[in-house]
Design a protein around this ligand. Structure first.
Ligand SMILES: [Zn+2]
Length: 209
Protein backbone atom coordinates (compact mmCIF):
# COMPACT_ATOMS: atom_id res chain seq x y z
CA UNK A 1 0.00 0.00 0.00
CA UNK A 2 2.75 2.42 1.02
CA UNK A 3 4.83 1.35 -1.95
CA UNK A 4 1.91 2.00 -4.29
CA UNK A 5 1.38 5.41 -2.76
CA UNK A 6 5.10 6.16 -3.05
CA UNK A 7 5.12 5.20 -6.76
CA UNK A 8 2.05 7.31 -7.35
CA UNK A 9 3.60 10.38 -5.69
CA UNK A 10 6.80 9.85 -7.64
CA UNK A 11 4.86 9.90 -10.89
CA UNK A 12 3.30 13.17 -9.81
CA UNK A 13 6.46 14.96 -8.74
CA UNK A 14 9.29 13.53 -10.80
CA UNK A 15 9.13 15.04 -14.24
CA UNK A 16 10.33 12.42 -16.73
CA UNK A 17 13.32 13.59 -18.73
CA UNK A 18 15.60 12.24 -21.47
CA UNK A 19 18.72 10.60 -19.90
CA UNK A 20 20.91 12.12 -22.64
CA UNK A 21 19.77 15.73 -23.22
CA UNK A 22 17.78 16.01 -19.93
CA UNK A 23 14.89 17.68 -21.75
CA UNK A 24 11.45 17.03 -20.27
CA UNK A 25 9.56 14.25 -22.01
CA UNK A 26 5.80 14.67 -22.39
CA UNK A 27 4.86 11.30 -23.78
CA UNK A 28 4.81 8.23 -21.58
CA UNK A 29 7.95 6.21 -22.14
CA UNK A 30 10.47 4.02 -20.34
CA UNK A 31 12.85 5.90 -17.99
CA UNK A 32 15.91 4.55 -19.83
CA UNK A 33 14.61 5.48 -23.26
CA UNK A 34 16.23 8.36 -25.18
CA UNK A 35 13.93 11.10 -26.50
CA UNK A 36 13.01 11.13 -30.20
CA UNK A 37 15.31 14.08 -30.79
CA UNK A 38 18.36 12.29 -29.32
CA UNK A 39 17.44 9.04 -31.10
CA UNK A 40 17.50 10.93 -34.38
CA UNK A 41 20.59 13.07 -33.71
CA UNK A 42 22.66 10.11 -32.51
CA UNK A 43 21.35 7.88 -35.31
CA UNK A 44 20.20 5.20 -32.86
CA UNK A 45 18.38 2.38 -34.64
CA UNK A 46 15.24 0.69 -33.44
CA UNK A 47 16.68 -2.83 -33.55
CA UNK A 48 20.32 -1.77 -33.65
CA UNK A 49 22.66 -1.53 -36.61
CA UNK A 50 23.20 -5.14 -37.66
CA UNK A 51 25.81 -6.69 -39.91
CA UNK A 52 27.74 -9.87 -40.62
CA UNK A 53 31.20 -8.53 -41.56
CA UNK A 54 33.89 -8.58 -40.30
CA UNK A 55 32.04 -10.47 -37.56
CA UNK A 56 28.33 -10.78 -36.83
CA UNK A 57 27.49 -7.67 -34.84
CA UNK A 58 24.76 -5.46 -33.46
CA UNK A 59 25.70 -1.83 -32.78
CA UNK A 60 23.65 1.06 -31.41
CA UNK A 61 24.57 3.04 -34.53
CA UNK A 62 27.35 4.30 -36.78
CA UNK A 63 30.48 5.55 -35.01
CA UNK A 64 30.37 9.09 -36.38
CA UNK A 65 29.05 12.57 -35.62
CA UNK A 66 27.10 12.98 -32.40
CA UNK A 67 27.18 9.30 -31.43
CA UNK A 68 30.97 9.30 -31.74
CA UNK A 69 31.23 12.38 -29.53
CA UNK A 70 28.85 10.85 -26.99
CA UNK A 71 30.92 7.61 -26.86
CA UNK A 72 34.15 9.58 -26.35
CA UNK A 73 32.48 11.53 -23.55
CA UNK A 74 31.25 8.29 -21.95
CA UNK A 75 34.84 7.02 -21.68
CA UNK A 76 35.54 9.95 -19.37
CA UNK A 77 32.31 10.48 -17.44
CA UNK A 78 31.11 6.83 -17.42
CA UNK A 79 27.50 8.02 -17.09
CA UNK A 80 25.48 4.82 -16.79
CA UNK A 81 22.12 6.48 -17.45
CA UNK A 82 23.37 7.88 -20.78
CA UNK A 83 24.85 4.49 -21.62
CA UNK A 84 21.54 2.77 -20.80
CA UNK A 85 19.76 5.18 -23.13
CA UNK A 86 22.22 4.49 -25.97
CA UNK A 87 21.95 0.70 -25.47
CA UNK A 88 18.16 0.79 -24.97
CA UNK A 89 17.35 -0.80 -28.35
CA UNK A 90 20.19 -3.35 -28.04
CA UNK A 91 18.92 -4.41 -24.64
CA UNK A 92 15.44 -5.08 -26.02
CA UNK A 93 16.68 -7.35 -28.80
CA UNK A 94 19.00 -9.38 -26.55
CA UNK A 95 17.67 -12.74 -25.24
CA UNK A 96 17.11 -12.73 -21.46
CA UNK A 97 19.52 -15.65 -20.99
CA UNK A 98 22.31 -14.17 -23.11
CA UNK A 99 25.74 -14.32 -21.52
CA UNK A 100 27.96 -11.29 -22.03
CA UNK A 101 31.74 -11.44 -22.26
CA UNK A 102 33.49 -8.06 -22.24
CA UNK A 103 36.66 -7.73 -24.32
CA UNK A 104 39.43 -7.10 -21.81
CA UNK A 105 41.63 -4.06 -22.23
CA UNK A 106 45.34 -4.55 -22.84
CA UNK A 107 46.31 -1.37 -21.07
CA UNK A 108 47.13 -1.28 -17.38
CA UNK A 109 44.16 -1.20 -15.01
CA UNK A 110 44.44 2.54 -14.50
CA UNK A 111 44.33 3.41 -18.20
CA UNK A 112 42.06 0.55 -19.19
CA UNK A 113 39.01 1.29 -21.32
CA UNK A 114 36.09 1.22 -18.86
CA UNK A 115 33.40 0.91 -21.53
CA UNK A 116 33.14 -2.85 -22.32
CA UNK A 117 32.39 -3.76 -18.69
CA UNK A 118 30.10 -0.76 -18.33
CA UNK A 119 28.17 -1.68 -21.50
CA UNK A 120 27.61 -5.17 -20.03
CA UNK A 121 26.24 -3.52 -16.91
CA UNK A 122 23.92 -1.31 -18.95
CA UNK A 123 22.62 -4.34 -20.88
CA UNK A 124 21.59 -6.04 -17.63
CA UNK A 125 22.54 -9.61 -18.54
CA UNK A 126 24.78 -12.16 -16.81
CA UNK A 127 28.38 -11.15 -17.46
CA UNK A 128 31.49 -13.34 -17.23
CA UNK A 129 35.08 -12.30 -17.76
CA UNK A 130 35.87 -15.44 -19.75
CA UNK A 131 38.68 -13.77 -21.68
CA UNK A 132 42.03 -12.44 -20.59
CA UNK A 133 44.83 -10.85 -22.58
CA UNK A 134 47.65 -13.36 -22.72
CA UNK A 135 50.36 -11.08 -24.02
CA UNK A 136 50.63 -7.33 -24.48
CA UNK A 137 49.99 -6.33 -28.07
CA UNK A 138 51.51 -3.30 -29.77
CA UNK A 139 49.21 -0.27 -30.09
CA UNK A 140 47.00 -0.79 -33.17
CA UNK A 141 46.85 2.78 -34.45
CA UNK A 142 49.85 2.78 -36.79
CA UNK A 143 49.33 -0.67 -38.27
CA UNK A 144 47.72 -1.71 -41.53
CA UNK A 145 44.74 -4.06 -41.48
CA UNK A 146 46.94 -7.08 -42.27
CA UNK A 147 49.44 -6.05 -39.58
CA UNK A 148 46.60 -5.60 -37.14
CA UNK A 149 45.37 -9.14 -37.77
CA UNK A 150 48.90 -10.50 -37.28
CA UNK A 151 49.33 -8.37 -34.19
CA UNK A 152 46.23 -9.91 -32.65
CA UNK A 153 47.35 -13.54 -33.12
CA UNK A 154 46.59 -15.36 -29.87
CA UNK A 155 46.12 -12.12 -27.96
CA UNK A 156 43.46 -13.79 -25.80
CA UNK A 157 43.16 -16.87 -23.64
CA UNK A 158 40.34 -18.26 -21.53
CA UNK A 159 40.59 -16.84 -18.03
CA UNK A 160 41.74 -19.72 -15.76
CA UNK A 161 39.33 -18.55 -13.02
CA UNK A 162 36.42 -19.11 -15.40
CA UNK A 163 37.49 -22.37 -17.02
CA UNK A 164 34.96 -24.46 -15.09
CA UNK A 165 32.11 -22.33 -16.44
CA UNK A 166 29.88 -24.64 -18.46
CA UNK A 167 27.86 -22.80 -21.07
CA UNK A 168 27.07 -25.17 -23.91
CA UNK A 169 23.44 -24.00 -24.20
CA UNK A 170 23.99 -20.33 -23.41
CA UNK A 171 24.19 -17.87 -26.29
CA UNK A 172 27.30 -15.74 -25.76
CA UNK A 173 27.80 -12.20 -27.02
CA UNK A 174 31.17 -10.54 -26.78
CA UNK A 175 31.01 -6.85 -25.89
CA UNK A 176 33.22 -3.96 -26.98
CA UNK A 177 32.70 -0.22 -27.43
CA UNK A 178 33.66 0.22 -31.09
CA UNK A 179 33.91 -2.17 -34.02
CA UNK A 180 36.61 -1.06 -36.49
CA UNK A 181 38.69 -3.65 -38.38
CA UNK A 182 37.20 -6.47 -36.36
CA UNK A 183 40.64 -7.97 -35.64
CA UNK A 184 40.16 -7.82 -31.87
CA UNK A 185 36.58 -9.11 -32.05
CA UNK A 186 37.50 -11.98 -34.36
CA UNK A 187 40.38 -13.03 -32.14
CA UNK A 188 38.17 -12.96 -29.05
CA UNK A 189 35.48 -14.89 -30.90
CA UNK A 190 37.92 -17.56 -32.13
CA UNK A 191 39.43 -18.02 -28.66
CA UNK A 192 35.97 -18.65 -27.19
CA UNK A 193 34.87 -20.89 -30.07
CA UNK A 194 38.00 -23.06 -29.87
CA UNK A 195 37.29 -23.51 -26.17
CA UNK A 196 33.84 -24.84 -27.09
CA UNK A 197 31.69 -21.80 -26.34
CA UNK A 198 28.79 -20.92 -28.61
CA UNK A 199 29.33 -17.30 -29.62
CA UNK A 200 26.56 -15.45 -31.44
CA UNK A 201 28.46 -12.27 -32.21
CA UNK A 202 29.50 -8.88 -30.95
CA UNK A 203 27.48 -6.16 -29.24
CA UNK A 204 28.99 -2.70 -29.47
CA UNK A 205 28.06 0.97 -29.31
CA UNK A 206 29.41 2.08 -32.65
CA UNK A 207 30.48 0.61 -35.99
CA UNK A 208 32.95 2.71 -37.97
CA UNK A 209 31.49 3.66 -41.39
ZN1 LIG B 1 17.18 13.68 -25.50
Amino acid sequence: MLTALHDCLQDLFVVPSCPICKKVIHTHQHADQPCNDCTQKLGLMERGLRGATPVRFNAAGWYRGKLRREILRLKLNQDLSVLKAITFALRRTLPAKALLVPIPSWKTQKRANPLPALICLSLGRTTKTLLKRCRPTVGQHHLSRRQRLANMQSAFAINPDQQSWCVSETPIWIVDDILTSGATAREALNTLKSAGFGVRGLICLGRTP
